[in-house]
Design a protein around this ligand. Structure first.
Ligand SMILES: Cc1cc2nc3c(=O)[nH]c(=O)nc-3n(C[C@H](O)[C@H](O)[C@H](O)COP(=O)(O)OP(=O)(O)OC[C@H]3O[C@@H](n4cnc5c(N)ncnc54)[C@H](O)[C@@H]3O)c2cc1C
Length: 279
């Protein structure tokens, strides 16, 4: 944590996370939380993760927080057995539904996209709608995935994409990713369902606002999402302008891969990390 993870992570315990969510709510921001962890390869650990997420949902409901949960299917056993991951996430979506909150399924490496979208579809077909997932603008396949999902009136978070992917599946140039993000965002905003515009890119954020105004997209049909510790002033400014802003606020002892992805996104973060390491 002293190396700099505390800038991006609420802390190592659920108490830390609940306190951070409370602070965000007091500032007029919504929040989600994630128990950090991925790539679990044994059934017993996935059961323990489900148990911890049940506690998270219960604490969110008990404190009446404006918050929900985002999780990774590999944390629930996707690499071991797709059916196990489905049953685990179904249990959590059912519990979230009982408690009046919701679950978002993060998108991981490209090898997991088919399974993730198939599990999302199965949950919706089982009549569960307090669940959303994520599309990544850097993947060539994403426009087709979006078209296939739109009839479900999906709740989708749109991101640029955080993993190192081969050029066979993803645009290598940032300019191409940004351009596709803009087009996907417009398609989502003018389609049915709910759109979470998850980016810190001010050009794209202002583009979304202008597009929504021009096309009379009601404000309750979309929201902005940013990461805990990133562009905090922009988060507050958008909330003051009357937009829903949700801050993704992870916690837990397994923060290392998450911190590495955040450092990779911006060279300046690496300097920040090195300064802390030296100190
Ligand atoms: C709420 C949320 C959920 C996400 N969920 C997923 C997911 O499920 N799957 C997935 O693959 N990816 C996910 N991501 C990560 C995403 O794919 C990008 O890697 C990340 O958001 C950086 O891209 P950007 O859209 O902010 O644009 P960029 O063009 O990378 O950044 C725009 C500006 O934002 C600022 N900025 C961006 N990142 C950082 C940072 N780490 N530290 C400091 N400043 C920064 C900089 O000022 C930069 O100039 C998520 C991102 C958010 C915000």
């Amino acid at each position: 944590m002293r190396l700099g993870a505390a800038r991006f992570v609420a802390g190592e315990t659920l108490d830390d996370a609940i306190a951070a969510l409370q602070r965000l709510n007091e500032q007029g921001l919504w929040a989600n939380t994630t128990l950090l962890g991925e790539a679990v390869h044994d059934r017993a650990t996935t059961q323990a993760v489900v148990g911890q997420y049940e506690q998270v949902l219960e604490r969110i409901a008990a404190a009446e927080l404006k918050a929900n949960v985002a999780l990774k299917l590999t944390h629930l056993g996707l690499e071991l057995d797709e059916e196990l991951a489905f049953e685990n996430v179904k249990r959590l979506v059912e519990r979230a539904t009982e408690l009046g909150t919701s679950i978002r399924i993060d998108m991981e490496q490209s090898a997991f996209v088919d399974a993730t979208l198939s599990i999302y579809r199965r949950l919706r077909e089982a009549g569960l709608d307090r669940v959303g997932t994520v599309l990544q603008a850097y993947l060539y396949r994403t426009p087709g995935d979006l078209d296939a999902l739109l009839p479900l009136e999906p709740n989708l978070r749109l991101v640029k994409g955080a993993y190192l992917e081969p050029t066979a599946v993803a645009y290598p140039q940032k300019a191409d990713v940004d351009a596709l993000y803009g087009r996907l965002m417009e398609r989502m905003l003018s389609g049915p369902g709910h759109t979470a515009i998850a980016t810190h890119d001010e050009t794209l954020i202002e583009h979304a606002i202008a597009y929504a105004q021009e096309h009379s997209v009601p404000r309750d049909r979309f929201e902005f999402q940013m990461l805990y510790g990133v562009r905090t002033q922009l988060q507050l400014d958008l909330a003051r302008r009357g937009y829903k802003v949700l801050v993704a606020t992870p916690y837990g002892p397994e923060w290392y891969p998450y911190l590495m992805r955040r450092l990779g996104e911006r060279p300046a973060n690496l300097l920040f990390f090195l300064r802390n390491a030296l100190r």
